[in-house]
Design a protein around this ligand. Sequence first.
Ligand SMILES: Cc1cc2nc3c(=O)[nH]c(=O)nc-3n(C[C@H](O)[C@H](O)[C@H](O)COP(=O)(O)O)c2cc1C
Ligand code: SF4
Length: 505
Amino acid sequence: MKIYVPMDSAAKALGADDVAAAIIAEAASRGLEIELIRNGTRGMIWLEPLVEIDRGAGREGYGPVTPADVPALLDGTLKGLGKVEEIPFFARQTRLTFARCGVTDPLDLEDYQAHGGLAGLRRAAGLKAAEIVEEVTRSGLRGRGGAGFPTGIKWNTVRQAEADQKYIVCNADEGDSGTFADRMIMEGDPFCLIEGMAIAGLGVGATKGYVYLRSEYPDAIRVMQEAVRIARANGVLGADVLGSGRAFDMEIRSGAGAYVCGEETSLLNSLEGKRGVVRAKPPLPALEGFLGKPTVVNNVISLATVPVIFEKGAQHYADFGLGRSRGTIPVQIAGNVKHGGLFETGFGMPLGELVLDIAGGTASGRPVKAVQVGGPLGAYMPLEKFDTPFGYEEFDGAGGLIGHAGIVVFDDSADMLQMARFAMEFCAVESCGKCTPCRIGAVRGVETIDRIAAGDPGAIPLLTDLCETMTDGSLCALGGFTPYPVMSALTHFPDDFATAKEAAE
Ligand SMILES: Cc1cc2nc3c(=O)[nH]c(=O)nc-3n(C[C@H](O)[C@H](O)[C@H](O)COP(=O)(O)O)c2cc1C
Ligand code: SF4
């Protein structure tokens, strides 16, 4: 009998380690032979700890399981969830990037290969660099870190740059509110990211890679370090990647703990041991990046999606999606929501379907008021925008952005003036200080919103004007996009700003 208990840190936070220990103790006391596997999470966080048992006829799910449930679990009398793949939240997904996450043992390279792992890298190893980049371009993959920049174009710039050394830098700083896709794949399927980085290295001629991994993810750091060691010991990394005659190796670096260190040039400074301050562009990191050398900076999900593109072909990937948003997107649903978790789907599903149908609305049972999509710099979307299809251009057209595809749900008790204030305060706290519209503007923004809350209507045009200055004058998107949450709150929920005024009168 095989028993799976996730070792993902969300599952652990909900008691997975205690459940695993209780299973081992109970099985030992019964003289029952079991194989306990610590898998990644399937991403249905409301069911964690989600224990799966394979008695020879597929994996049956149980969850959330407590240590007290373990005797009944082993007796076979605990009420189960049925086949995990048939749980509607899971069955409705298209899992390409996350196909193995929650299924395999994250640090078992054989298990990885038995589930399609390394097929992509093997194929890429037989291609010329230009052909590798062409395949990524044809897949239509765009950066999943926030900006949605075409990955193939970025890789081609680095490939064509003349230099004695090039780098692949993986952005694993994952600072957006309500996001956890990067962590989930690094903890649940780390070889997938390593494979994607190795393909990127072969594609652009980079022999060295770094993962800049946020220090708040100690489990992911530990798993990734171990996975790199195993990959190196098995010839996946090193001087002769899978016998290709080409070299690629990589290291894990711990982040410095600032939101702005997720911005790619600030990240590069931090990686070089400098203060995490944004660099002016040009030069682009693709031409002068880490230590001044041509560098691919890509998000975890962008890189972890590359193996499946090579395994199944660019066309297979590009066949999913909507408009210019090709392939799948791992949407992360969090906040005040009934069924929070990771939902990978082809681009195009309307926002409302994700929030009200897939995620089942709010956990509080109160009506949804707004959702913030795209992290702390993303717009608040009201119910009227719920028919917006999940796609880069479609969200842009609706005054929002997808960012790293995190959705945070709020019920009707949320005070949108306070949310706008929080956005300005966040920007003031996290600003790197390099440019005035952000460094000073965000502080003035907090003060201006406080004036509105205190009943000064004249402060509303001032706030609008300030937001325009921040949008137009900021050097990076921290200052430049903070107006998204602020102005969307003001535009879609004017009553909250008026009520504040009335309450003050
Ligand atoms: C303030 C700020 C924070 C950012 N944080 C992240 C982050 O945590 N992770 C990430 O991948 N990209 C982040 N980005 C975007 C990166 O600058 C960059 O666009 C991305 O790493 C490129 O990779 P991609 O093309 O694969 O998306 C941030 C950008 C800004 C302006
Ligand atoms: S917008 Fe803010 S975070 Fe970005 S460079 Fe200017 S001061 Fe730094």
